[in-house]
Design a protein around this ligand. Sequence first.
Ligand SMILES: Cc1cc2nc3c(=O)[nH]c(=O)nc-3n(C[C@H](O)[C@H](O)[C@H](O)COP(=O)(O)OP(=O)(O)OC[C@H]3O[C@@H](n4cnc5c(N)ncnc54)[C@H](O)[C@@H]3O)c2cc1C
Length: 317
Amino acid sequence: MLPSTQYWRLSERQVLNPNCDDEALLLLTLHSIGPRPIWRAGDVIEIQPHHPENVIDNWLDENELNGETLLTYQGHQQSLKAWLADRELSKINVGTKLSVVSPEDLLDKLPYLHKRSYSVASVSENGQLQLVVRLFKKDDQSLGLASGFLGQYCKIGQLVQGQIKSINHHHHIQQTQPIILIGAGSGLAGLKAQIAARNWAKQHGQQNIGDTWLIFGERHSAAELPINRLLQDLKEQGITKLSHAFSRDEQYPKYVQHILISEQATLQQWLENGAAIYVCGCLSGMGQSVHQTLIDMLGEATVESLQQQQRYIRDVY
Ligand SMILES: Cc1cc2nc3c(=O)[nH]c(=O)nc-3n(C[C@H](O)[C@H](O)[C@H](O)COP(=O)(O)OP(=O)(O)OC[C@H]3O[C@@H](n4cnc5c(N)ncnc54)[C@H](O)[C@@H]3O)c2cc1C
């Protein structure tokens, strides 16, 4: 194991929106192997995805290679199949005679799969790393590589390689400041981490923690859905105000920006009291619409000024 390489054990995976016709939203819990790194709300982890087993098997078959061959590479021994799990298999020229290339040469030639970033949904003081992952389905219904790995075919107990990356410009909001958390879907991760940081500080005696207003959008309002139970739990843990948007349920605002419009006076009041706005989730759709709505409501100059004062943080992707 390289010294800078951080491994995590996947210990739990919960589907937050079961029985909905949507792409699954999953809450993952992982524990670090070895010393636990420090991370803060607003940070991300860069996950090294793995191929599903059948993809590696097919590639090995196509190239007439025995995946069970034990191979020592850079001082470690494991099967060729295990070595190939995180390599870019499509990049090799399959036309070349792989059977005459040594496995070591093969590994030297195959680049690693690109890492994907995920927002942390907990703080390191919680003792465990949580992530909220949307299982991405492509047009041909196959799963996205990293979300498929984390959300489906990585087994409970299996190790996952991931490096925490500190995002300094997400750290500027003081815990004594009121905060308006806005997001949808997988953006829950970044918002949940902000709430966890404030809860931890409160439990450890920090006084004058600022109020928290969570404005969150998902699709279905059914109270028994784990996503909605989780939101209620967060509320009971000390959120001052929780506002929901549900895009598939007509009795609620459809999207989070509709809440901003209908609660304009309250939003203004919170901002006058020094609140910061933290937005987390997809840029296309949610992130852009929230940004445009804030500009329409507050004016471009005010939005820019909030950004300059680091009172409007966009953790969008
Ligand atoms: C800072 C940051 C934080 C994030 N936080 C979260 C989070 O908390 N939760 C979450 O669910 N997601 C998060 N994401 C998104 C996440 O990183 C992944 O992009 C997402 O999970 C999809 O990855 P995938 O490997 O499953 O899909 P992929 O296999 O990457 O497929 C995704 C799409 O990209 C296309 N694609 C893939 N490879 C290529 C290529 N080489 N060229 C062109 N198109 C290609 C595919 O066709 C598909 O349409 C975050 C992203 C960033 C940048």
